[in-house]
Design a protein around this ligand. Sequence first.
Ligand code: AKB
Length: 315
Amino acid sequence: MKRILVTGASGQIGVELVPYLRKIYGESNVLATARRQVPGIVSEGGPFELLDVRDGKAFSNLVGSFKADTIIHLAGILSARAETMPQESWEINAGGTFVALECAREHGAALFFPSSIAAFGPSTPQDNTPQVTAQRPTTIYGVAKVASELLCDYYHLKFGVDTRGLRFPGLISYEALPGGGTTDYAVHIYYSALSEGRYTSYIGPGTYMDMMYMPDALAAVVQLMEADPSRLVNRNAYNISAMSFAPEDIAASIKRIIPSFEISYDVDPVRQAIAESWPNSLDCTAAKEEWGFAPEYDLDRMTEDMLKRLKEKNV
Ligand code: AKB
């Protein structure tokens, strides 16, 4: 990667990935794009352009004028929000990926695609979910992720586009809040622990989902995109996860630092049903063997860092 165009730069991943990439590849070599204005950390540190990923002409013009050799395609609507607007979510999530792939093909660029644990569904084995297994999701977000994984494979096979992807678990970060996801509770809980000393979870006890701290996710994107292509068998997309926990586990981890912290439950049936349709824990062997995936943060280490960083931000 030398000249990188990032879509969805205003989202939870983009807000941190853009500065991370700029540190590695140089400020002027990373073009951040988003549908709306982005926080200063993104817009002031290097080039920024407004872009709706459904607009193929504008997208292609930007890839061409910036001479991008890599597209990091993050733009998308998260799972719970997507259920409230399935048609538009399909256009942005699946349609936007198709446009991004066409731009990659036209300009000879590589493409990174963020798939998700949402690409699995109720008929998938839930524990130690294999890399290659049944993928019949029951959300529009998941359906678009599976379609996009397949499109990425197709563009690689048919046109030789260097497509690579990760199935992200829930991502936890202190820089930007996620919006409209099912795993968002695992971010909100830290904010509430500091501001109110308690948290009411919309996900019920005993509901396990894969998770990862943002620094490990950022490192994984660069590691995968820099990996030797001859070692990449699975490409679209690799299972990755750093931990699997239920709400009571993250609450116990917070209690180690804030002993008075209390969790209660007011389960949201929509997000609970989505969570139950996703795996409990992924098998990440392919990512480890094919490009050396090695996350550093477990639950307690992440909790310590999250609470420290949020305190520094006066949350
Ligand atoms: C969501 O909850 O929608 C996302 C995801 C797991 O893809 N965080």
